[in-house]
Design a protein around this ligand. Sequence first.
Ligand SMILES: [Zn+2]
Ligand SMILES: [Zn+2]
Length: 133
Amino acid sequence: MMEVCNCPRCGKIFTKIKAPLCPACMVEEEKGFERIKEYMEENSGCNISELSEETGVSVKKIISYIHEGRLETTKGMQGDVRCQSCNKPITIGRFCASCLLEINNSFGNLYSKKTHDSESGRQKMHITPHKLL
Ligand SMILES: [Zn+2]
Ligand SMILES: [Zn+2]
């Protein structure tokens, strides 16, 4: 059965196969992404709002590209993207290096605990760092 839905970008009805947007918007998105990359290469000091104005791609979208690891911030964007755990400025992804390390460590501890003493290691562990202040 085919899944039909409204494109979240332009509102047109389309058949959802794999892409989250209608085919026309997917092309537009790709073009936008290319424009962003080009503009960043030529203007290494640009900030996100300038980039958004110049390329017609929303600030939200640009930040989501950075979160996904498809883009890395320029010098001019310093502070525009922040670690989702400790709020420190970052250049790519969702977390800063030290939070990533902390997250990896908690996963590692959890894992080794499980393998080493699966019987007694049943206490709850909080993986999410609570450092939002
Ligand atoms: Zn669309
Ligand atoms: Zn952090």
